[in-house]
Design a protein around this ligand. Structure first.
Ligand code: SIN
Length: 262
């Protein structure tokens, strides 16, 4: 039986896993243990996976769930989206977000693989929204229970295509406090990229409340920070985590391969 070790990235969020070759078949026991670790720690990091290919990455993602194919998927490898930033395509993911929170059923998670990195920078930060929820004062938690927030793709879309994107994916409401379907833990579910307001609150009150909640995500104690190296793989639970990709390396090139889990 394969054995592996788990090293915490911080006292609370994220772990590095050593001793698993993701280019080799993953047995049922390891797959089950990794699913449990993802639910528990929110972010799993694997280093030095140099032999891993796009096909291995997709196979690995499938141990966590079905793959969501995007229209942006590669022609030769439709399970994979290549995220390329360079001097002609500046980075844009430097905003705290839950992937696709504007959709009625946002993805469960993602597997991201470092392909080409700047000489320094381009780190990714993760925030644990279970901890953010637990740190809120009880009176705030009580006020938020039963409240829905509006998530709109147009908030974070380029102005030229925002209306078109919103027609394809109309704004959606999600509870501000969501319960994780696998662990039963309570999670604050609002994010800077897509949350625009709250159902039943006027714009002024909604803006103040949203600003307060988004400030809680910026507290370093709820975060971990990943420094990428070639062959680094990150898996995150999109239901309990938010992420933020730093854009400090422009105009250098950074290329990542991403597989999204339904
Ligand atoms: C993303 O925001 O999905 C990409 C994260 C990254 O490139 O580090």
């Amino acid at each position: 039986m394969t054995s592996f070790s788990i090293e915490p990235m911080t006292a609370t969020v994220g772990v590095e896993i050593e001793g698993i070759d993701l280019a080799a078949p993953i047995g049922d026991w390891v797959a089950r243990s990794l699913r449990q670790a993802l639910h528990r720690h929110g972010v799993l990091i694997f280093r030095d996976q140099i032999a891993m290919t796009r096909a291995h990455q997709a196979d690995f993602a499938r141990i966590f769930g079905d793959i969501v194919r995007s229209p942006l998927g590669l022609i030769a490898d439709p399970d994979v989206v290549e995220i390329v930033h360079d001097e002609t395509r500046p980075p844009t993911e430097n905003i705290w977000h839950v992937d696709h929170s504007f959709s009625p059923a946002p993805p469960r998670g993602a597997v991201l693989r470092a392909i080409e990195l700047p000489t320094a920078g381009g780190d990714t930060l993760f925030a644990d929204m279970r901890i953010v929820w637990r740190r809120l004062p009880e009176a705030v938690q009580t006020a938020l229970r039963g409240l829905d927030a509006v998530h709109d793709i147009a908030k974070f879309a380029p102005a030229a295509c925002a209306a078109e994107l919103r027609t394809a994916a109309p704004p959606t409401c999600h509870p501000v406090m969501k319960v994780h379907p696998a662990t039963g833990e309570e999670i604050l579910f609002v994010n800077e990229a897509y949350t625009t307001g709250f159902d039943g609150l006027d714009e002024k009150d909604g803006t103040v409340l949203l600003g307060y909640l988004l400030d809680q995500i910026r507290i370093p104690e709820v975060q971990c920070r990943l420094r990428w190296h070639p062959g680094t793989i990150a898996v995150w639970d999109n239901r309990s985590m938010q992420h933020y990709a730093t854009s400090d390396y422009f105009p250098q090139r950074r290329v990542m391969d991403r597989v999204t889990i339904a």
